[in-house]
Design a protein around this ligand. Structure first.
Ligand code: SAM
Length: 318
């Protein structure tokens, strides 16, 4: 029962991400016309440093993701692990950057909710139907499989089940593949996340893994962040790997990845296109510059590559 409670608390974190992203987009930090279909309302005000943090997260991840898809000229796959209510599939469709197939994996109950939203909201279902070639679209309560978009209910800690399900839905191990996890691995033990990362390195010869999560958690500020999450009964089984940028990279370098890099979000924020950063910094007045810096120093993006096809993946950076 305890582990059920902890998993339920983890599942609920996808609503936080969506609510915060919706609030930031309502303020103009970036555009996402689809996120409104996954939350009931804009919700209460979030502090400017939270909005800037989400801006850095979304822009940072998108920068690497889009660069990978361009390198592969869309002849690739994307797998978003712990995708929650993420809207990237719809953004890529609008920007003419759709990979051959876009997979999402999350717990079956989260997937069921997402499928319900897609089914009942035409702006979400239309792009899926439009990019599908036949009349036979698999759509039931727990999975949705079309030519270009597939959403699977599975536990990421059970690799053989995950592998079986992805293959059932035509995952192609020969295609360049981008794997993404955004605030997901921290909820798994170091050995569980290593197994996932190792499975990816073993399965694909040409791939990139992008992982966004907490870092530098062993200082005072990090301890407060951990306490806040624990108060909500979230099981932070993976927090050990969030000690440093080196421990983030090591998880990949020890499991068969050729190349790994990691930067904290303060560094990434300073490397994002500065005209757009200047624009968003004018949106809301920020009193506590130091708090923003602290917050950004406690999140990171780690990315790893292997590149048998010589696409030049190790050059992808900020
Ligand atoms: N990646 C999304 C985003 O950034 O908007 C959602 C992030 S949310 C903080 C974490 C997500 O990971 C939740 O949707 C949760 O259900 C999922 N998750 C965590 N552990 C998982 C596991 N073992 N198997 C499947 N999904 C998992």
């Amino acid at each position: 029962a305890d582990s059920d409670t902890a998993d339920e608390a983890v599942r609920a974190t996808c609503d936080d991400a969506t609510i915060c992203k919706r609030f930031a987009t309502s303020k103009g930090y970036w555009k996402d016309p689809y996120i409104q279909y996954f939350t009931r309302s804009v919700g209460e005000r979030k502090a400017p440093e939270i909005n800037r943090g989400y801006y850095a997260r979304v822009q940072g991840v998108n920068h690497l993701l889009d660069a990978f898809i361009r390198k592969a000229e869309c002849d690739c796959q994307v797998i978003n692990f712990g995708a929650g209510l993420d809207t990237t599939f719809w953004r890529l469709k609008d920007e003419n950057l759709l990979p051959r197939k876009f997979f999402e994996v999350d717990f079956p109950t989260v997937v069921a909710r997402k499928i319900h939203n897609i089914k009942t909201k035409p702006p979400l279902s239309k792009p899926i139907i439009e990019t599908h070639s036949t009349d036979s679209l698999l759509l039931d309560a727990h999975s949705l499989d079309s030519d270009r978009y597939c959403i699977i209910g599975a536990d990421l800690r059970d690799i053989s089940n995950l592998d079986e399900k992805l293959k059932k839905f035509q995952l192609n191990s020969e295609l360049p593949t981008l794997l993404l996890s955004e605030c997901v691995l921290v909820y798994m033990t170091p050995s569980q996340s290593s197994n996932l990362v190792h499975w990816a390195a073993e399965t694909f010869h040409t791939a990139m893994f992008i992982n966004y999560e907490q870092v530098n958690m062993n200082d005072r500020f990090g301890q407060v962040m951990i306490e806040n999450l624990q108060r909500r009964q979230c099981n932070l089984a993976g927090v050990e790997t969030c000690q440093s940028l080196d421990s983030q990279k090591e998880r990949f370098l020890k499991t068969g990845w050729e190349h790994a890099d990691a930067l904290d979000m303060m560094t990434i924020y300073s490397m994002l296109p500065q005209d757009d950063v200047a624009r968003i910094e004018r949106l809301e007045f920020l009193d506590e510059k130091e708090l923003l810096q602290q917050l950004l120093q406690h999140y990171s993006i780690c990315w790893a590559t292997k590149d048998k096809l010589n696409l030049g993946l190790s050059q992808l950076a900020f």
